[in-house]
Design a protein around this ligand. Structure first.
Ligand SMILES: *Cc1c(COP(=O)(O)O)cnc(C)c1O
Length: 394
């Protein structure tokens, strides 16, 4: 299974990217910032009414933050470390929210002192900590969602709470002097079932009505991430996601939309990344074995974490052609968990050799940011952010 590079980049674009890549050691990540920009503009066009908070964890490269900041994005920040990075890059606190429901009181205080006034919570203890360390702040209460089976990287059971608890927390927030501002949810990352948003929006509307009846007027819905990048398993286009979700919103909020927030990570940066790797070793486990093991210099600990349980199936491009047979793809470290694809059928040419380069496509999200510091001594991979028109001029 070798993908056609021209489904991802034009011949001219690929030639620019490959020229750049040829000068780099492997493994490395190349981010084509033009693609990030295009994806951002496309999402903004599809949901012009929504405030876009980029989920920094998907790819925190400075250049990506700066680009999105210039385009007018806001940022969903999960820790004081991301906060400090964004402040260093000149992002103002009115464009940040603290979206992590799991946080220390000291850290809430640092967010508050930096000027952040928008927090997400899903538990009484956290809400009380926010009331103490960030008095008067606006609160999104996070709702638990379904969609675990249709998301390629589900999130939901760890986060959010059920409707009865949301109700209680909204009432408590008000009592504690906070401003219950809205309800947030995340239907699961790379959510391929668009109706998952409908189910969530319906529940949110029900809670809006219930709380309004008791004197609490919520203002906003935060629909989280879940929008797609282009992997081997097909997903609908971003336009289709936007059109369908917009329709759901108007169906449920017939009297006009509340403020809408979205927090895309994967869909903005996923398609922009190319992970450039090299074959370290090719072997068979017995004289008659039909499968080759192909070990590459990138694995789960340095970029390919989302191949855990073979969840995300990245498109793979190699220039070599020829008769292809099944391989098992594994990383370079001394841990058998560092095996990317054993069940899924990647077939690579029999003439593949040690030293050949493999280009993993759609690897801009949750790759570089997931690298271990130095498992087995392997360093995190370098990230190169390039702009195609500028590279072409060189
Ligand atoms: C990770 C995360 C996101 C981004 O999700 P994607 O599926 O990558 O778009 C958005 N919001 C929150 C709260 C998250 O934790």
């Amino acid at each position: 299974m070798i993908s056609d590079i021209h489904e991802f980049f034009t011949p001219a674009e690929w030639s620019t990217i490959k020229n750049y890549a040829d000068k780099q050691d492997t493994p490395c990540q190349i981010i084509v910032s033009d693609v990030v920009e295009r994806n951002f503009l496309q999402l903004r066009k599809g949901m012009p009414y929504a405030k876009i908070y980029y989920a920094v964890k998907a790819n925190p490269a400075d250049e990506i933050i700066q680009l999105l900041s210039r385009l007018g994005a806001c940022f969903d920040v999960a820790s004081i470390y991301e906060l400090r990075q964004l402040l260093r890059l000149g992002v103002t606190p009115d464009r940040m929210s603290c979206g992590n429901t799991i946080k220390k009181t000291d850290h809430i205080k640092e967010f508050y002192e930096a000027g952040i006034r928008l927090f997400v919570s899903d538990s009484e203890a956290d809400l009380r900590n926010i009331a103490k360390a960030a008095p008067g702040s606006r609160i999104f209460i996070r709702m638990m969602t379904e969609g675990v089976l249709t998301a390629d990287w589900p999130l939901s059971r760890k986060f959010g709470c059920q409707a009865d608890m949301i109700y209680d927390l909204a009432v408590l927030a008000k009592k504690l002097g906070l401003e219950p501002y809205g309800i947030s949810f995340h239907v699961g990352s790379q959510q391929r079932d668009i109706p998952a948003w409908h189910t969530a929006i319906q529940k949110v509307k029900y809670l809006f009505d219930q709380l309004a009846g008791d004197g609490i007027t919520l203002r906003a819905v935060n629909m989280g991430g879940g929008f797609p990048a282009h992997y081997l398993e097909k997903a609908n286009s971003t336009e289709t996601y936007c059109a369908e979700i917009t329709k759901y919103l108007h169906e449920d909020f017939v009297d006009g939309l509340p403020e809408i927030f979205i927090e895309p990570g994967r869909s903005l940066v996923g398609d922009s990344g190319i992970l450039v790797t090299e074959v370290v070793l090719i072997s068979r486990k017995s004289r008659t074995s039909l499968e080759r093991w192909v070990y590459t210099d990138a694995g789960l600990f340095n970029g390919m974490m989302e191949t855990l349980n073979e969840s995300i199936k990245y498109p793979l491009y190699i220039p070599k052609r020829g008769v292809a047979e099944k391989v098992i793809l594994a990383g370079p470290t001394c841990d058998s968990a560092d095996t990317m694809y054993e069940n899924f059928q990647y077939e690579l040419p029999l003439n593949l050799s040690i030293g050949d380069r493999l280009y993993w496509l759609t690897t801009g999200a949750y790759t570089a940011s997931y690298c271990s510091v130095a498992f087995n001594g392997f360093p995190p991979m370098p990230v190169h952010v390039i702009r195609l028109d500028e590279e072409e001029k060189k």
